[in-house]
Design a protein around this ligand. Structure first.
Ligand SMILES: Cc1cc2nc3c(=O)[nH]c(=O)nc-3n(C[C@H](O)[C@H](O)[C@H](O)COP(=O)(O)OP(=O)(O)OC[C@H]3O[C@@H](n4cnc5c(N)ncnc54)[C@H](O)[C@@H]3O)c2cc1C
Length: 376
């Protein structure tokens, strides 16, 4: 075995799934996260079949399906006035025996991952960051954590997300960049007839797109895609979101009406990053959104992170030379991730420039997802 003792820095989807996949293969894993406690915050998530296939390998598919809502029939595309534009079928990227897409609440998925990691003996320490690290001559790396402890590992996996403070310390100069898009997210009620959809505006200074994904029998996750700057118009957040949705009708009238001052809303500018291989220096390896993050236009961000974790554990746990194993890992991951990055950036470009001649989002989305059907 190339690695027996691993530190994972960051307990998001990437860090937790990497910890689970390694612990399943008898690696001793310690995971630290800067959060002082796991908080039940966050909105919904669209999870596609290829991520479900990875969840099956991690042994948590049943738990995930029990806490989610399947979208077996795909979603509906609407004109902003509420008329149906077209049905949109999502390819079964995880194979015919898995739903093409599910909707779920992030805190539910996170709880499932934490419980699985703990059941496999992963030691989780919260409220800690890695303040420094050093590669040693004996093919190990030493970490210094924010509580002053110094420990040595066969491998340190850095899964700190897109703002990773360790990335530049490894000499990687690629950095996150704006996508030209902003997004509001909320969880609200839905009616049983509302099966999931996206609507596109005609003109105006409202949202660039509004969509929703069912996450349970009576709830859905809404996203409102918009310009990256939150206008200083004096409106409280919930009224700003209603303003952005004002020209969207049909099912979107119901969604807009269900937003009020008690709705938990979150706005963020959407950034992206792509770091080409290698993602490691010595025995310190970046993983997940620390090295690839995309505008969420084909809902593959977390899926790519979870696949990273499963493929990494498969690759580096057999006996062998870690450098060669990581070269094999990059060969499997980079082309697949690059396809998602390129498609997502193209879609973001078309979102920010409505009416671009030749724009064909359906084709780009379909091709990008079809490429993910073979297992990673
Ligand atoms: C608006 C939006 C919508 C999205 N929708 C979807 C979707 O529908 N489907 C999908 O598949 N993907 C989606 N994504 C992408 C998905 O959310 C991300 O790909 C995924 O959450 C990234 O996981 P991660 O673990 O790499 O990073 P993060 O989720 O950022 O986790 C990083 C973790 O590391 C911890 N941390 C950070 N720095 C340190 C440090 N220095 N020391 C210790 N701990 C640290 C943080 O506390 C956090 O727990 C979306 C993204 C955005 C922005």
């Amino acid at each position: 075995m190339s690695v027996r003792n691993v530190l994972v820095v960051g307990g998001g989807f990437t860090g937790l799934t990497a910890a689970i996949a390694l612990a399943q293969r008898d690696v001793k894993v310690t995971l630290v996260d800067k959060a002082p406690a796991w908080a039940r915050v966050g909105h919904g998530l669209t999870i596609q079949g290829n991520a479900l296939r990875a969840f099956r390998e991690l042994g948590i598919l049943d738990e995930v399906l029990a806490k989610s809502h399947p979208e077996d029939d795909g979603i509906t595309l609407f004109f902003a006035d509420g008329r149906v534009m077209a049905p949109m079928h999502t390819p079964r990227t995880g194979g015919d025996d898995l739903p093409p897409t599910i909707g779920a609440l992030r805190p539910d998925l996170h709880e499932i991952l934490v419980a699985k990691a703990e059941s496999l003996g992963v030691e989780i320490r919260l409220g800690l960051e890695m303040t420094s690290f050093e590669n040693n001559e004996d093919a190990t790396a030493t970490s210094v954590l924010s509580d002053g402890t110094t420990e040595t590992w066969d491998l340190i996996i850095v899964a700190e997300g897109i703002k990773s403070p360790t990335r530049p310390k490894l000499g990687i100069t690629a950095d996150r960049a704006p996508s030209g898009l902003g997004i509001w997210r909320a969880v609200t009620s839905r009616t049983p007839e509302m099966k999931g959809g996206m609507a596109f505006p005609f003109t105006g200074d409202g949202a660039l797109k509004v969509g929703y994904t069912p996450v349970s029998e009576d709830q859905c996750y809404i996203f409102v895609l918009c310009r990256p700057e939150r206008p200083d118009n004096g409106l409280p957040d919930w009224q700003e979101v209603k303003r952005l949705m004002a020209d969207f009708h049909g099912e979107f009238d119901y969604l807009r009406e269900s937003i009020d001052e008690s709705t938990f809303l979150n706005f963020q500018q959407i950034e992206w990053i792509f770091v080409d291989a290698p993602w490691h220096r010595g025995r310190v390896l970046l993983l997940g959104e620390a090295v690839h993050a995309v505008p969420p236009l084909i809902a593959q961000g977390a899926a790519m992170c979870i696949e990273d974790a499963v493929v990494l554990a498969e690759t580096i746990t057999p006996a062998g030379d870690l450098e060669q194993q990581l070269a094999g890992f990059y060969a499997r991951r980079i082309p697949r991730i690059k396809g998602v990055v390129d498609a997502s950036l193209q879609l973001a470009e078309w979102e920010t420039h409505p009416g671009t001649p030749g724009a064909d989002p359906g084709r780009v989305m379909g091709q990008a997802l079809a490429a993910l059907v073979p297992a990673p």
